[in-house]
Design a protein around this ligand. Sequence first.
Ligand code: ATP
Ligand code: MG
Length: 425
Amino acid sequence: MSKSFQSIKGMNDILPDNSPTWHYLEQCLREMTNSYGYSEIRMPIVENTQLFCRSIGEVTDIVEKEMYTFTDKGDDSLTLRPEGTASCVRAGIQHGLLYNQQQRLWYMGPMFRRERPQKGRYRQFYQFGIETFGFNGPDIDAEIIALSARLWKRIGLENVELQLNSLGSNQAREAYKEKLVVYFESNIDQLDEDSQRRLKSNPLRILDTKNPAMKDVVSNAPKLMEHLDLESKLHFELLCNKLDALGISYVINSNLVRGLDYYNRTVFEWVTTELGAQGTICAGGRYDGLVEQLGGQANFGCGFAMGMERIILLLEGQSGFKDKLSAKTDVYLCTLGEEAENSGLIIAEKLRSQLPSLKLQLHCGGGNFKKQLKKADKSGARIALILGEDEVKEQNVSVKFLREKSEQVTLAQSDIYHRIEGLLS
Ligand code: ATP
Ligand code: MG
């Protein structure tokens, strides 16, 4: 026998046992986006490599180390998307959705980053994202934060903390960067190798270090929040006021800089303490320069992305969560003999036509009733419909209750269509 194939490292199958949790999360997200007036956009998984280099930034972890880039047979450099914002902006510009317009968009789908796989960190992972365009004020920042806060509430996630910061305008950030470089240069012996490299390429990212040995040098660094331009400062204060008014609590984390270059002003992360180092479940902010940077007419942008696997892990960690999801099957239909099999097939189809939301599994594969009823039980069905030789002869169907102590009953086949809902209630 030849060796069987394995999935690519860090790329996971979502198995039937877990897909109800995914459906639940997806359903909640769809309801939420509908209720806030957001529309879905679906972008391709592969884009031109340059799109990501120009938006995410050449000296970021993603572009330097994590992208799946390949040359296709037409000699173009293509990349599996590592995130959705760049593609969404590209699509928006290409289809004229951003020109002098306001948009509230969402997307959901797989992203690819070649990182070291661990719990909550994979090489193919799913993001749900929100992108808004054309809104300048902090009202939209507050709206998308409220939307995410509502989701945690809806799905029962506790222990999530909102961290907030402002990166200011590009000019203010450049001026701050210079101060930061001077400070870090005078403390260069306290920087690890990675940070010494970043000092040249992307000094802000040093603030984001996870190295505990650098805690002091980072906490004594000049604070970005104290170097904001006036307008950004006001924007941030107004946002904080709105969150206060909504009763959404937050902590200001002046070292929150985000790993992508395109952000300005508001940046935020929702962080849980329950997933170790993979604690960020949602991250976003404003990217007012990105549309122009990618060739469109300048327009404001603000959005976030959620790591869906991390949310799934939290959901499945809730005690009794899986039991709360609705059972896969309502009715399991058993048949014995060819004639019964044929009648069963027709009855099952008729029931499905009449009740589109009915979850009905028709037994396939033969076997005696004992074996079939075992399957019926395993399917989670409330009732089994039984068609044996006698039932076929009499044009009846027997109903066996699988979850309660009621006697089996026999009905005329013609009655089952209007009795089924009653039998299940
Ligand atoms: P992290 O600091 O965890 O690497 P990030 O800053 O790289 O996250 P973003 O690019 O902001 O992440 O992506 C938004 C969200 O997508 C993250 O907050 C996280 O929930 C999720 N995410 C990012 N990378 C991965 C991954 N490799 N596997 C699973 N989820 C991920
Ligand atoms: Mg990352």
